[in-house]
Design a protein around this ligand. Structure first.
Ligand code: SAH
Ligand code: SF4
Ligand code: F3S
Length: 435
């Protein structure tokens, strides 16, 4: 059989999609981890910020050299960049044999076949109902312990800065029966943790024969499959973080006490321009509710520094909301204007790059302090952790994660990967807990 090499960039959704792609091609290609022996290379791309796209352009230049030495090698580009810049890619990247958008993966066998005859092929049609629900993903890069399950696709929120609604199309949910079947299959194969994935998982919604399945209900059904299966989810939009969902989380020990709740900014004026549809006050009220129902719940976030028109006062509001919430962790970015989005059309990208960098550095420094404080609070506490692998620093140590998603490193002794064990945290660094 021919050999396939897949390289994935971007979010967890892309990693889950690559597993779908591997499944669609499994009858014609064997997967390889050695790029030099591949007959087909697929690059699954991300468009979220300019840097992400620059990285791909650079990678394609490297692959050009590889292609020169390998007669018959085919290279295909998948994912969000395919959708956003098909024309440009076709014109400027002759190394590509074909391009397929996120909803076009079922047509890959055809694109591969046709492009082998010489002409560059593409399919970037977005769908309103494709969820690949009958495709059982091939977990080709797995620790055998944790897996992603994609439960919905697309996004309807149109945050003004964001390309995702354009690259992934409209929101659609997957049939819960197929989600449960996939989770059951993972349990049978020995997996201990699933993460339910979507750009906005808590707007999951399924209706059939007059019965509605909400995201909270779906989580409950997955959690009930096995008390030793951990259930996580990503990402949730603050507007949909309902009491029903929080109450369900609180009720099940095996639903992890960790919520990624992107705030983006602490200023109402900026939130409004971003079209985030919530206020600082609403967001803080949701955080209060989380803490009331689950005092041990960890919260992480995403923050954008230097959005169009962001004043110093707005920036200070972001720092202050970070302190008020006391995030365990944050992903922090400089605003990157994306062509075609509302903010590119309507607002000026007017914060100079050095100023964006300065604000971002302040945000990163503050988050460093908050993460350290949170770690210090954990010293002396006992957690049940799921052992995930061998520590990078030493083969004598293993690492696992607690329900709050924090990594804890501990001496190996007789412990095994995939086991649940209780550990007591003895010390910490700003970034890591040791037990
Ligand atoms: N669906 C998720 C976010 C997906 S994108 C949500 O709404 O929470 C991940 C993060 O990338 C976003 O939360 C945002 O912080 C960041 N991001 C998106 N577009 C961006 C842009 N144009 N510039 C900088 N950061 C951006
Ligand atoms: Fe982008 Fe907003 Fe959708 Fe998240 S919710 S993917 S930030 S448009
Ligand atoms: Fe990137 Fe697309 Fe995900 S833009 S963040 S790969 S949905």
């Amino acid at each position: 059989m021919k050999k396939l090499y897949i390289e994935t960039y971007g979010c967890q959704m892309n990693f889950a999609d690559s597993e779908v792609v591997a499944s669609i091609l499994k009858d014609t290609f064997d997967l390889t981890k050695t790029i030099e022996e591949a007959d087909l290379i697929l690059i699954n791309t991300c468009s979220i910020r300019d840097k992400a796209e620059q990285r791909i352009h650079k990678r394609l230049t490297e692959l050009e050299a590889l292609k020169k030495h390998h007669h018959g090698l085919q290279i295909g580009l998948l994912g969000c960049m395919a959708e956003r810049m098909k024309e440009e890619l076709l014109a400027t990247e002759p190394v590509l044999d074909f391009i397929a958008g996120p909803d076009a993966y079922r047509s890959l066998p055809e694109l591969i076949e046709k492009s082998s005859e010489g002409e560059t092929q593409f399919n970037v049609l977005l769908s309103t109902d494709e969820t690949y629900d009958d495709v059982m993903p091939v977990r080709y890069d797995t620790n055998g312990i944790s897996a992603y399950i994609s439960i919905m696709r697309g996004c309807n929120n149109f945050c003004s800065y964001c390309v995702v609604p354009y690259t992934r199309g409209r929101e659609r949910s997957r049939d819960p029966k197929t989600i449960l079947a996939e989770a059951e299959d993972l349990i049978q194969k020995g997996f201990k943790e699933v993460t339910l994935l979507g750009q906005n998982v808590n707007s999951y919604h399924w209706q059939e024969n007059g019965v509605t399945v909400s995201f909270a209900r779906l989580m409950e059904m997955v959690a009930q499959l096995s008390p030793t299966l951990r259930v996580r989810f990503a990402t949730s939009h603050p507007k949909d973080i309902s009491d029903e969902l929080l109450e369900t989380m609180a009720r099940y020990d095996n639903i992890c006490k960790y919520i990624h709740l992107p705030v983006q900014s602490g200023s109402n004026q900026v939130l409004k321009k971003m079209n985030r549809v919530y206020t600082r006050e609403y967001y803080l009220e949701r955080v209060r509710k989380i803490r009331e129902l689950m005092p041990d719940c960890a919260i992480s976030t995403d923050i954008i520094a230097g959005f169009c028109g962001e004043t110093l006062e707005d920036h200070l509001q972001t720092l202050s909301i970070m302190r008020e919430v006391g995030y365990e962790y944050a992903y922090m970015f400089k605003y990157s204007e994306r062509g075609g989005t509302m903010s590119a059309k309507r607002f000026k990208d007017d914060i100079p790059d050095e100023e964006k960098t300065r604000r971002l550095e302040e945000i990163i420094a503050l988050q460093g302090e908050l993460s350290h404080e949170s770690n210090l609070r954990d010293v002396g506490k006992t957690f049940t952790i799921l052992v995930e692998g061998v520590s990078k620093r030493s083969p004598e140590y293993l690492y696992g994660r607690n329900s709050q998603n924090k990594v804890i490193i501990f001496p190996k002794e007789n412990h095994q990967i995939g086991e649940y064990i209780e550990v007591t945290v003895t010390r910490c660094t700003p970034a890591t807990l040791f037990a």
